[in-house]
Design a protein around this ligand. Sequence first.
Ligand SMILES: [Zn+2]
Length: 269
Amino acid sequence: MFKKIFLFLLFIILFFLTSSTKNLSLSTTSSTLEDEFLKSISQYKSFNPEMIDLYYQEYLLNHNLVLSLNKINVPDFFNRQNMFPSFTFEGGPFVNKNYYLTKNFIPDDLVPVTISKVNRKNEVMLINKTALTYAKLLFEDAKKEGMNLVVFSAYRSYIKQENLYQQANNKNYVAKAGFSEHQTGLAIDIATLDTGLTSYFEKTREYEYLTTHAHLFGFIKRYPKDKNTITKYPYEAWHYRFVGPELAKIIYEHNMTLEEYIYTYVALN
Ligand SMILES: [Zn+2]
C-alpha cells in the first residue's frame, strides 16, 4: 500500500518537474541560461517573441541561436515551393532554385578574366574582381603542381541566361534567367581543355586538385555529389562559387552545401 502511494507521489512530482521545465515563461523567474538565451536571441531581426518557447526547445538540442531561429521561422527552407528575391550574406548574394536575382541585378565589380580561359568569338569573359584575385592564386598554385586549369564560364547576364534557357534542349540542366549563380559574377566553371564540362573531367588530376584545394582560395564546389536533394542540382564537378576563404573553410570541413551553411549560420527573414 505504502509502495503504491510512494509511486503515485513520485509520479506527481516528476510530472510537475517536467512540465515546468518545458514552460519558458518570460515573466516568471528564469535561470541564467534562459536569461542569456533570451538576451542573445532577441537581438536578431527575425526573432519573434511569440515563438520563444519553440526557439528555446530547439536551442537546447543544437546550441546554435541562428539554427534555432531558422528551424522555427523557416521550417521549409530545403523544400520551398515559392520563389523569393535573393538576399546577400557575407559570401555575396544567395541564389538557388528558389532565390532569384532580378533582371536589373548587374554586379558593379566585374573585371575581364585574365587567367587561362576558353576564347569565344565576340565575348569578353567577366568575373567579380575579388574572385579573380583568388582564382589567379588558385591557378598559379595548380600550375606549380604541373596542372592546367581553364575557365569555361564566369559571369553571365540575365539576358544571356534567358537565351541559354530558351535554346536548351533539356531545360533541367539550364537555370532559368535570374536563378543562375553565374549572374552574381562569383560563380566559375573550371575544367581542363581536353575534357571540358563533361564527366571525363572527374578522371583528371586537375579535378582531384580542385576538389581538395579550391576552398583554400575561397571557392566551394557548389553542387556536390549526393547532395542534389538539397541543392536541387545534379552533380557538377566543374561549378565553383567564390565565398571567401573563411566561409569556404567552414563549408569544406563540415562537408556542407551553401544551403546548409546559410541555414546554420545566417538568420533568415
Ligand atoms: Zn556553372
